[in-house]
Ligand binder design. Structure first.
Ligand SMILES: *Cc1c(COP(=O)(O)O)cnc(C)c1O
Length: 480
């Protein structure tokens, strides 16, 4: 590039934007085409060795053309993703994304806002989302929320905030050395990230007690009370219950209102893992199942699951934002606040969570609500639950299929009945992946291997459920 007296010597911007502009428009069109035509392609296909090999290059030192790199992406990456935007994807609890999400990510990319703090509109957009969520969950005016990568980190924050609340801010300087006896409680169906959070927070996963579940997968209150009582009698200090609002295996919801009574009476913190289930508050037929969620001390959930916001968009909400400041705010000379100007405004997002530099996740969430409206998200949530009930009916009507767990929300665990169900159902799932029409996942429940259909996608319809049932029956007959 020619040296220009009045310009930067080493900018990464093009000298002439015309070509980039044309290709950029083409790529945006291609991405809309990608979504519009998604049903015609397989849910998932194995990435060929040649595609994998094409990525194995040394660090490129010299410039390459965007057109060439994009062609390589089209050939070697774009066809080989996990497939969650596809209506036949019923694997893990993954959101599908939306066309508006594509646009939002593009705008966020152009602004490249670092939403750690400072006096800027993106911080205000994030504050607005926080107010919406506080209102949605019936939290008081003191509530505050913050975007993080996902519920795994939001659950970790729940443990850290509850710890700071139980032990005082001093624990941030001196750690847990003087506090060996703290215990937390979650059900046997709680997500694995809760134990990981206890580990990462320095308690160790063994400080998390596993509470029994009832036949519907909900936390057994008697077992919880007995374990808390026994721990107290042994000189330990119960400080936290993590309730699940939509377990990852079966969609079970712990008795939230009863748990709120219990934790209040016990002086314990109630954190709710509502990773995907919490946004059921947007659906009039699901919200009553979440009764009691408004009384949680803190809540973790994802906009990227049932909220259909593109990855990643996890969220932590506390009923009193002061507890988040207690746990995460830290003074630093280079983060000084001013009363006016660019460094004005407080508290900043970096004061209420673990991240300093952080992207504008609030934009894609804000735009999703602006354009579709919360009621449409709620209707798509209701629709996935209706499809799950339809699938459960179809399973019940087929002599060679059986349900393995009751259906609470949008997850159906079932299996093909035969002499060797473990092997056959395992092979059915693999056969379905090869066919590429529908993609469930698998789990083990009460020692029984089950095909697990988690219906999260707003594009999924009855034809996809029928395709799943037919494909399982066909593969089951062939393999058994
Ligand atoms: C998905 C999920 C998590 C983990 O959330 P991430 O966003 O993947 O980090 C935790 N708990 C439950 C119940 C989940 O469904």
């Amino acid at each position: 590039m020619m040296h220009m007296a009045d310009g930067p010597d080493a900018t990464l911007d093009p000298a002439d934007w015309t070509q980039l502009r044309a290709l950029g428009h083409q790529i945006l069109d291609d991405m809309f085409d990608h979504l519009e035509g998604i049903r015609a392609r397989p849910v998932w296909q194995q990435m060929p060795d040649a595609a994998r090999d094409s990525l194995r290059t040394p660090l490129p030192r010299a410039p390459g053309s965007l057109a060439d790199a994009y062609r390589s992406l089209q050939d070697n990456v774009i066809p080989y993703t996990v497939g969650n935007p596809h209506p036949g994807f019923m694997g893990w609890v993954h959101g599908a994304g939306t066309p508006v999400g594509i646009v939002a990510e593009m705008i966020a990319g152009a602004l490249n806002a670092n939403v750690g703090g400072r006096n800027q509109a993106p911080v205000e957009v994030e504050r607005q989302v926080s107010q919406w969520m506080a209102a949605l969950f019936g939290f008081p005016a003191t509530a505050r929320g913050v975007f993080v990568t996902g519920t795994s980190i939001a659950n970790f924050m729940g443990v850290v905030v509850a710890r700071t609340q139980a032990l005082g801010r001093d624990v941030r300087a001196h750690g847990l050395a003087a506090h060996a006896g703290l215990r937390a409680y979650a059900s046997a169906e709680a997500h694995g990230c809760i134990a990981k959070a206890m580990d990462m927070a320095g308690f160790g996963s063994a400080a998390l007690r596993t509470v029994r579940v009832d036949a519907a997968g909900r936390m057994d209150m008697q077992d919880l009370a007995a374990q808390v009582d026994a721990d107290r009698r042994n000189g330990l200090r119960p400080f936290l219950v993590v309730a699940s609002a939509g377990t990852v295996n079966t969609g079970a919801i712990d008795p939230l209102a009863t748990l709120a009574d219990f934790t209040r009476a016990q002086g314990m913190w109630l954190h709710v893992d509502g990773a995907y289930g919490a946004l059921g508050m947007l659906a009039p037929d699901v919200a009553p199942l979440l009764d009691g969620i408004a009384r949680a001390d803190s809540l973790a959930f994802d906009f990227h699951k049932w909220g259909q916001v593109p990855y990643d968009a996890g969220y932590f909400l506390a009923r009193d934002g002061a507890h988040m400041l207690d746990a995460f705010a830290a003074p630093a000379a280079y983060l000084q606040r001013a009363s006016t100007g660019l460094a004005a405004g407080t508290a900043w997002p970096c004061d209420v969570g673990p991240d300093l530099s952080r992207g504008f996740r609030a934009l894609k969430t804000w735009l999703t609500f602006q354009v579709y409206g919360a009621d449409a998200i709620g209707r798509s949530i209701s629709a996935t639950c209706a499809l799950a009930r339809y699938l459960a009916e179809r399973v019940a009507a087929e002599p060679s299929l059986e349900l393995v767990a009751p259906v609470t929300l949008n997850i159906v665990c079932f299996r093909y009945v035969c002499a060797d169900p473990e092997r056959v159902n395992r092979e059915i799932v693999l056969a379905l992946y090869d066919e590429g029409r529908v993609a469930p996942s698998a789990t083990t429940l009460y020692g029984r291997y089950a095909i697990r259909a988690a219906i999260v996608n707003h594009r999924t319809c009855r034809a996809d459920i029928d395709a799943l049932v037919e494909a399982v029956l066909r593969a089951g007959r062939r393999l058994s």
